[in-house]
Design a binder for this molecule. Structure first.
Ligand SMILES: CSC[C@@H](O)[C@@H](O)C(=O)COP(=O)(O)O
Length: 364
């Protein structure tokens, strides 16, 4: 049930030249259609319009974008700049681009061998993401067992973090899926995720395909759900985590963290180490993407609900401070409590170095 009938992202090499083929996430769940990118501007447009989206998949797409530029003879440096700038918050995009550029440069930075090296690096990143996803699912499920010993979890998630954003089964949704397969998921609460409805459109679609018990709620209904005692834990992904453990994720994540703290509910972030930006010291160093106002004032393309000329506030992401995050699950281990020292220890692969030792939550 987990596999999509169309792959989320694939490289194709027909006689008229290589291309990147994407499952068009703007059209889900109504239609499963693909969008073909034969050049970097086309891929940048697909990224900016969210045909392809979600932090880990943006990294993979960015790496393939460099491979595409190299194979088609475009300026790789220029391609790297425009891809990286396409969406500023998800640091995975820059990470994927930089990896492919480095591979391209390592074999001379020109010609078929360099193009092949960039493609091989993109493919390696694609595979690594699947492996990371599986490991995060394992560690996240163990963590849920420790945090919620009674089992039968009622989990709340925000935005979309499943196979649509990954080379594997995703980030937070991979943990939800593992809980479901272990027979421990009682209910998945799916925030609709205004304004672009990644929860209602995409996470609900993935939950249905996995035959989970799930319900979609308006983002504003989350408070009453917590108050009713219906949420055992919140699980979300991340687009960038700064060195002090501040977590940028889809706008609406921070209010959930505040609610979770008020109601004594664990707030767990699931993200690969490629989402950690050691160069961003704290929340203030995380760039927040501002998106067009019509996404808020219109309920769909060309369907306005606000008066003509209404202004809008439309940040794509918000930042949750480390002290509101119960744990960060990475493929290298679980960071808990969340602070800069523990994050560095887990990400650098030095488990146990000040990373929650003794509290039973450090798994590396
Ligand atoms: C995929 S895991 C974390 C995030 O990338 C996800 O929660 C999210 O915020 C995606 O935002 P989007 O704007 O749809 O790309």
């Amino acid at each position: 049930m987990a596999d999509h009938s169309l792959p989320v992202l694939r490289w194709a090499d027909p006689p008229d030249g290589p291309m990147l083929v994407l499952l068009d996430q703007r059209r889900l769940p109504t239609a499963e259609v693909e969008v073909v990118c034969t050049d970097v501007p086309g891929l940048v447009a697909a990224i900016q319009s969210l045909a392809v989206r979600g932090a880990p998949l943006l990294g993979i797409a960015g790496a393939y974008g460099i491979a595409l530029a190299a194979a088609r003879g475009y300026d790789v440096g220029e391609a790297a700049r425009s891809l990286t700038a396409a969406r500023p918050t998800a640091v995975n995009l820059a990470y994927g681009v930089e990896r492919a550029v480095a591979a391209h440069r390592a074999v001379g930075g020109d010609g078929p061998a360099a193009a092949a090296a960039a493609l091989a690096e993109a493919r390696a990143l694609h595979r690594e993401d699947a492996v990371a996803s599986d490991r995060m699912a394992e560690l996240g499920l163990e963590l849920l067992g420790e945090l919620l010993p009674g089992g039968g979890y009622r989990l709340l998630t925000h935005c979309n973090t499943g196979a649509l954003v990954s080379g594997g089964h995703g980030t937070a949704f991979a943990v939800v899926r593992a809980a479901h397969r272990a027979g421990e998921l009682r209910r998945l609460w799916v925030d609709e995720t205004r304004p672009l409805l990644q929860g209602a459109r995409l996470t609900a679609w993935e939950a249905a395909r996995e035959e989970m018990s799930y319900a979609v709620l308006a983002d504003a209904a989350a408070g009453s759900l917590f108050a009713a005692g219906e949420v055992d834990a919140v699980l979300i992904g991340a687009d960038r985590i700064s060195a002090d453990g501040s977590v940028a994720n889809k706008v609406g994540s921070y209010p959930l963290a505040v609610l979770a703290r008020h109601h004594g509910v664990p707030f767990v972030v699931v993200a690969p180490v490629s989402t950690v930006d050691a160069e961003a010291a704290d929340a203030g160093a995380i760039p927040i993407e501002q998106r067009p106002g019509h996404e808020v004032t219109d309920i769909g393309p060309g369907v306005p609900v606000a008066p003509v000329g209404a202004q809008a506030y439309n940040p794509a992401f918000d930042v949750t401070p480390a002290e509101l995050v119960t744990a960060i699950v990475t493929e290298r281990g679980v960071v808990a409590p969340v602070n800069g020292g523990n994050l560095t220890a887990v990400c650098s692969g030095s488990p146990g170095v000040g990373a929650g030792k003794g509290d039973g939550m450090m798994k590396a």
